[in-house]
Design a protein around this ligand. Structure first.
Ligand SMILES: [Zn+2]
Length: 265
């Protein structure tokens, strides 16, 4: 008998206990959500998960981001301060999934405003942390919500084809040079065509809009665009929830002020 594939009775019991504990935890969370008032993620007011005032604030028009070297034309749903930042952090860092729909809707409006929406456009999310299953990260969920709001006239759907080629540290806390080093060559676009892998839609020859949560130096978007273009994708743009720290000419990010960067598609 193959001992490596037959768990012992003790281990089976341990596995069942773990499954039961997770189910009870999920049930408890659902009950508490029903009983306790839901605070707004933006202002902590009583009308959560997002009150009307915060929703209106977040509904301000999307905007083109300042260009970053190597990045496709990128649009942001908003900035990275105050309530906008708190809402994004509640989703991203504290796992408040109730905000996914609202943020996805903002991204859908951003895609439309950028002029990049179209029935043949694929939305490619930036992958989650190293080790996250493909299509399972929080950005992938935002991309799915975004696709739902765009509908078939605005997108052909999501294609979570980007993978990590090697482990990479998180970008938070790194300076620009370290961010670029940390991301250089780290992604690989892995469509269906590779080794018979039953993966997502092949982006070769397709118009692609990359989806991410925060744009800072642009190192992640530039690397994602490089990996997708290497597979033959036509990267026509990118959308993010928040643009953080608009670069200046002295920051070394390669910006020329007042230059008209975004062309109508
Ligand atoms: Zn609020």
């Amino acid at each position: 008998m193959d001992q490596s594939t037959t768990p012992s009775p003790g281990r089976r019991l341990q596995g069942r206990t773990l499954v039961l504990a997770r189910a009870l935890s999920a049930l408890l969370t659902a009950v508490l959500d029903l009983l306790l008032p839901q605070r707004c993620a933006g202002c902590e007011g009583p009308h959560g998960p997002l009150c009307a005032a915060c929703r209106t604030l977040l509904d301000r028009g999307p905007r083109p981001c300042a260009p970053r070297r190597g990045c496709p034309p990128t649009w942001a749903a908003g900035g990275h301060a105050g309530r906008e930042r708190r809402v994004l952090l509640a989703y991203k860092e504290h796992g408040d999934g109730r905000l996914a729909a609202a943020l996805g809707e903002r991204l859908a409006r951003t895609v439309r405003a950028s002029g990049r929406a179209g029935h043949d456009v694929l939305l490619v999310p930036v992958p989650g942390r190293w080790g996250t299953a493909p299509g399972r990260g929080r950005v992938a969920r935002l991309a799915r919500e975004c696709a739902r709001y765009l509908g078939p006239a605005g997108t052909a759907g999501t294609a979570p084809v980007l993978r990590y080629r090697r482990p990479a540290a998180r970008q938070v806390g790194l300076d620009r040079a370290s961010r670029l080093d940390n991301r250089a060559g780290v992604f690989l676009a892995w469509p269906r065509s590779h080794a018979g892998h039953a993966g997502p839609v092949d982006p070769a020859g397709r118009p692609v809009v990359i989806v991410d949560d925060v744009l800072t130096t642009g190192a992640t978007l530039a690397e994602a665009a490089r990996a997708l273009r290497a597979e033959g994708a036509r990267v026509v743009g990118a959308v993010v929830v928040a643009e953080r720290g608009r670069p200046t000419t002295t920051s070394g990010i390669g910006v020329t002020p007042r230059r008209r960067f975004y062309k109508r598609p």
